[in-house]
Design a protein around this ligand. Sequence first.
Ligand SMILES: Nc1nc2c(ncn2[C@@H]2O[C@H](COP(=O)(O)OP(=O)(O)OP(=O)(O)O)[C@@H](O)[C@H]2O)c(=O)[nH]1
Length: 316
Amino acid sequence: MMSTDYPEHYRSGFVSLVGRPNAGKSTLTNAMVGSKVAITSSKPQTTRRVIRGIVTTDDYQLILVDTPGLHRPRTLLGERLNELVAETLSGMDAVALCIPANEKIGPGDRFITEQLAGLHNIPVIALVTKVDTVTRGVLADQLIAVQQLGEELLTPETGEGFAEIVPVSVKGDVQVDTVLDVLTKYLPTSPALYPDGEVTDEPDDIMVAELIREAALEDIFDELPHSLAVVVTEMGLREGQPEDEPITDIYAEIYVERDSQKGIIIGKGGQQLRAIGQRARRNIRKLLGTPVYLDLVVKVAKEWQRNPKHMNRLGF
Ligand SMILES: Nc1nc2c(ncn2[C@@H]2O[C@H](COP(=O)(O)OP(=O)(O)OP(=O)(O)O)[C@@H](O)[C@H]2O)c(=O)[nH]1
């Protein structure tokens, strides 16, 4: 379909879908990618950009980028990761914040919106997702609440708020095309940035490490407020697998500061570590688009967090 000649009006660029867990980002990404089957890729890309999908048509190429690390900074390390997220976002042509229609706007939404307020000259579009789950009345209230959120936190000076607010439902097949139209409006004129076919940059071990870290912190966060780092030591597609059954092998080390914390992470009979692995695998699988074999080792690195050299060695 694509040729090397691009029409003058051709647009190409990056858009990131953000939003708290369960907001419907993946479902929407898949629906947009699936609706225009020119290029699909669920493979992660460079260290900074984790590409979830590319929608290529005769008029535009929309590159959908993931930013899984967008959360409250918990530690120095967390702040650095959030800088990484900020850097990813600052390279976007637009950012779309997903807010479900059927859940009240909460602290998570507010926090992310505040983060987005720091972006300069990047339009932020609100997508009110899963509108099939609510009545018209509830949707109307949510649209107003979203508008107020934008006016209050995004551009309080001007009160402009979100560049646009678009209701959408993948399950109900409502306005998925409209979302594409809206997002691509903000792409700059440019030839396609990715060639036709599979995209094959280096996988992103930083994002994988972050997913493992999040999985570890999920239910033992209180006991380990700060002392956790994850390093992916090896990652790659398993050789000799049939092409339609790829598996990604990942070897990672979880660093804690004290022996006692090591015990917490591993748990009785290794139970906790298994649970962490399971959770992490589920999310990494989403990110990479292949089943994952995950080998986790827990190590003690004393006071690593306050030691910049140590942090550098750990890849931060
Ligand atoms: N009814 C309905 N459910 C939806 C819709 N879109 C997504 N969902 C459901 O909402 C849940 C979360 O969707 P995801 O797309 O995984 O959300 P996400 O934001 O990618 O979540 P994380 O990966 O946890 O950040 C899933 O159970 C979806 O099936 C929709 O349009 N309508």
